[in-house]
Ligand binder design. Structure first.
Ligand SMILES: N[C@@H](CCC(=O)N[C@@H](CS)C(=O)NCC(=O)O)C(=O)O
Length: 240
């Protein structure tokens, strides 16, 4: 079985009138952020998987930066994962994920924005291990993990308290991919001894239907990272 990602030259898949479309790449953590929100809010949608190395012209026409996720609904096109997610939360107000309280909203935004420093470590740490210079990035990783551990301790079961909020879905894709860096740098593991709240949160997130629907096992993620680093990303791979 494989998941076909449409390359340059593929015909444009006709739009279904009134249906939200998401341009996706199955291993992209940013796209997963948006897929999680679509699933959690049970928004009817269709997914078009795109080959990001050989991009179809119709995809570039919709997003000049050529990035997934991109959403399309009628004549509306939205990209950037956090912007897509805010758009979805406002368009479909059921199961609200962004708090109406402005202070809480600012705090949530800070947690999402500063997580950009963690996502970068997914590339920096493997590179530094290969060069024997991992001490600094691993230290940085642990400092950030501690920050999210402390935040979760104050907030409860999820970053949203008793139910998930946007922070939970914005962070989750990288926790699903933990195996990609723990296999290279075991010191990055989120153990229950060191991070009791974060590790319980990981287990709790895994039970959410939206997470189960978008989940790819560590073998799939590791294969993707490996082929990406080799310069020949295996977009269509399905890990059994
Ligand atoms: N800041 C963007 C990042 C999205 C992104 O980097 N997506 C990657 C795939 S994981 C992509 O589309 N890469 C295609 C390219 O760089 O040409 C977001 O949050 O949506």
């Amino acid at each position: 079985m494989s998941v076909k990602h449409l390359p340059k030259g593929s015909p444009f898949p006709p739009l279904t009138p009134g249906m939200m479309r998401m341009y996706n790449m199955q291993f992209c953590p940013f796209a997963q952020r948006t897929k999680l929100v679509l699933e959690y809010k049970e928004i009817p949608h269709e997914v078009v998987n795109v080959n990001l190395k050989y991009k179809p012209d119709w995809f570039r026409a919709r997003n000049p930066l050529g990035l997934v996720p991109t959403l399309e609904l009628g004549d509306i096109v939205v990209n950037e994962s956090n912007v897509c997610n805010e758009f979805l939360d406002e368009l479909y107000p059921n199961r609200k994920l962004i708090p109406s309280d402005i202070v809480r909203r600012a705090r949530d935004r800070m947690l999402i924005e500063t997580f950009g420093q963690v996502t970068g470590l997914f590339y920096e740490i493997p590179k530094s291990v290969a060069e024997g210079t991992q001490e600094r990035p691993v230290k940085k990783w642990r400092r950030h993990m501690k920050r999210y551990e402390n935040e979760l301790q104050q907030r409860g079961e999820y970053f949203g308290g008793g139910s998930p909020c946007m922070v939970d879905f914005a962070l989750w894709p990288w926790f699903e991919r933990l195996g990609v860096i723990t296999v290279i740098a075991p010191e990055t593991d989120v153990t229950s001894e060191e991070y009791p709240h974060l590790s319980t949160w990981i287990a709790r997130m895994m039970e959410l239907p939206a997470v189960k629907k978008t989940y790819i096992n560590p073998r799939g993620h590791i294969n993707f990272f490996k082929t990406l680093r080799e310069g020949n990303p295996d977009y269509d791979y399905v890990a059994a």
